[in-house]
Write a protein that binds this ligand. Structure first.
Ligand code: CA
Ligand code: FE
Length: 558
């Protein structure tokens, strides 16, 4: 079946033609495999103040559907009405529109178990967040929306098992970093085909930079407003709309519930707390941060309350049976500015200052408290920046990056001490940002290879950021030479598929050989394993590299 291209959607939006209705229909068919007859909805058309006889100018579910933040009895459903997705109001103007939603046990919606109506209104750019309660634990569900006469694509979701209940296997994927202009989201299409309990997104869901016409999507023409850095609420909303038009991203959202956290580019590169490290006065920067947080909240399936100005508590915890507890961290909202002005440094005393914080007091206390109480087999820090030391050879000598946990060494030591003091079972760090696949050992003392290994780290590469990439590059050679605790490296695009049981934690590094052309195949570059009670990582299977084998990149872009 041919897929409707993003180009045709965007071009038809630009020329004022109708967005092909077939997008959602095809997505639905691909998802459910049911016949058109099954689309006969038994919900009545809702009379709506905002639409004439329930009609929209164009298909309103152009940005797809999503679910997220799975609990044993609840998931959050998301959609946004946007019949003209690239116009600033999404083509909805001031309308207030009731949106019906249904959750069913089957993909044909024969067994609807929950349903209701949510109002879509202008203040939240007609996004809808429904916290569906009263669901059964550890169960698959299907959901859809209806507005006017229009029906959304169908999404699949799944609740978490009860905390503490015996859970034999969990399968999930982790992804990060999806610069739209760097390439196609083919990795997401493959991710959508995996049979997953949930998806983790570790940040850089979008980038603030101008969407210039280079890289992987050279044929797409966009309105001029995309040719600037995001600053205003409208800028950020417009950027989410562009990204969310991507059919592969929509398919990945529709395939499983997501647990999301942000990195820096959802606001601006390498911001920390109230500074963008560019001399912008804090009161000015915080207005931008408020705009960015607001648009993020509007476009994600989040249970957390909408941001209060520049503040939004995103760090939160998810427990899956007796198997995994995820501490989803926020690296950027509460931290002190980067030591020694950021970058990499051979000597930087400031990074050793114990008063400096990444997480802020409240989040750090919350994390340590959670670690002390957890009874899960695997205890995960789902975060943005690598915890492992990332030493690099430079002309000045061995240097350390200030923009990672390395730049806040006492803060890292406090977490590592907690791992040991509380006897935390199998600490695992999942991180993103680097646009590289890396895996290695968390060491009691990274400068002493003989010191105890106290945990495991799996670094997730990017979906598209960094364009095609290569199996190895100069940066990779450098860090693999300089850090004995790192065991695996690849600099291509993809995601990681994890399978956790009570005995082992398995990571399959799923790689696409290119993103600047469509339809790349996916393959497993390597499979890695952490055994219960044995911190560290072991490569159990390694396959032939695909695509470009050697690249020249010396500096990681993030
Ligand atoms: Ca980043
Ligand atoms: Fe990134």
């Amino acid at each position: 079946m041919s897929r409707p291209g993003l180009e045709s959607i965007i071009n038809s939006s630009r020329s004022g033609e109708r967005v092909p209705r077939s997008l959602s229909r095809r997505s639905f068919m691909a998802l459910s495999g049911t016949s058109a007859a099954a689309l006969a909805f038994n919900l009545p058309d809702v009379a709506s103040a905002g639409t004439r006889a329930g009609r929209f100018q164009d298909y309103p579910f152009s940005l797809g559907v999503a679910s997220g933040d799975p609990l044993p009895d609840s998931v959050v459903l998301w959609t946004r009405l946007a019949p003209e997705p690239l116009s600033s109001s999404g083509g909805m103007g001031d309308a207030r529109v009731p949106v019906q939603w249904q959750v069913a046990e089957d993909e044909n919606f024969a067994q609807v178990v929950r349903s209701g109506i949510a109002m879509a209104h202008r203040e939240v750019v007609h996004s809808v967040h429904v916290d569906v309660k009263g669901l059964s634990p550890g169960r698959e569900y299907f959901y859809r929306f209806k507005a006017g006469r229009e029906i959304s694509p169908v999404g699949r979701t799944k609740t978490a098992p009860e905390p503490g209940s015996t859970t034999t296997t969990l399968r999930f994927a982790a992804a990060a970093c999806q610069a739209w202009y760097d390439g196609y989201y083919t990795a997401y299409r493959h991710l959508a085909d995996e049979d997953l309990d949930f998806v983790l997104h570790l940040g850089d869901y979008l980038y603030e930079y101008s969407v210039w016409t280079r890289g992987g999507r050279p044929d797409v023409e966009l309105p001029d407003k995309y040719d600037r850095v995001t600053m205003t609420l409208s800028d950020y909303r417009d950027r989410y709309a562009l990204y969310k038009l991507d059919p592969d991203l929509q398919a990945a959202h529709a395939a499983a519930p997501w647990i999301v956290s942000w990195d820096d580019h959802e606001v601006v590169n390498n911001y920390m707390g109230d500074t963008d490290h560019r001399g912008t006065p804090p009161e000015e920067f915080l207005v931008r941060r408020a705009n960015a947080y607001r648009a993020y909240w509007e476009h994600q399936p989040l249970r957390v309350p909408a941001p209060d100005g520049p503040d939004m508590r995103l760090y939160r915890r998810f427990t899956f049976g007796d198997l995994i507890e995820f501490n989803v961290l926020d690296f950027h909202q509460y931290g002190d500015a980067f030591a020694c002005g950021g970058g990499v440094h051979v000597d930087c005393e400031e990074r050793l200052d114990p008063s400096r914080t990444i997480l802020g007091d409240a989040q750090e206390t919350w994390l340590l408290d959670g670690l002390s109480r957890s009874s899960a087999r695997w205890n995960v820090l789902a975060q943005q920046r690598m915890m492992s030391q990332l030493m690099r050879e430079t002309d000045a000598g061995l240097a350390i990056p200030m923009t990672y946990w390395d730049g806040y060494q006492p803060a890292r030591d406090r977490i590592f001490n907690a791992f040991q003091d509380f006897g935390v079972s199998n600490p695992i760090s999942l991180s993103g940002d680097l646009h590289r696949s890396v895996a290695g050992e968390l060491k009691e003392d990274f400068d002493d290879p003989d010191s105890a290994t106290i945990g495991s780290e799996y670094e997730i590469s990017s979906i598209s950021s960094g364009e095609d990439g290569s199996d190895i590059d100069r940066f990779g050679e450098n860090i693999m030479r300089s850090n004995a605790h790192l065991k695996f490296y690849n600099s291509q695009r993809g995601y990681v598929r994890f399978t956790a049981t009570s005995d082992e934690w398995r990571a399959d590094y799923r790689i696409v050989p290119y993103v600047r052309e469509e339809d790349a195949p996916v393959s497993t570059r390597a499979s890695l394993l952490t055994e219960d009670g044995r911190p560290g990582v072991e490569i159990i299977d390694e396959n032939e590299p695909q695509g470009t084998l050697y690249g020249l990149e010396e500096d990681p872009a993030d």
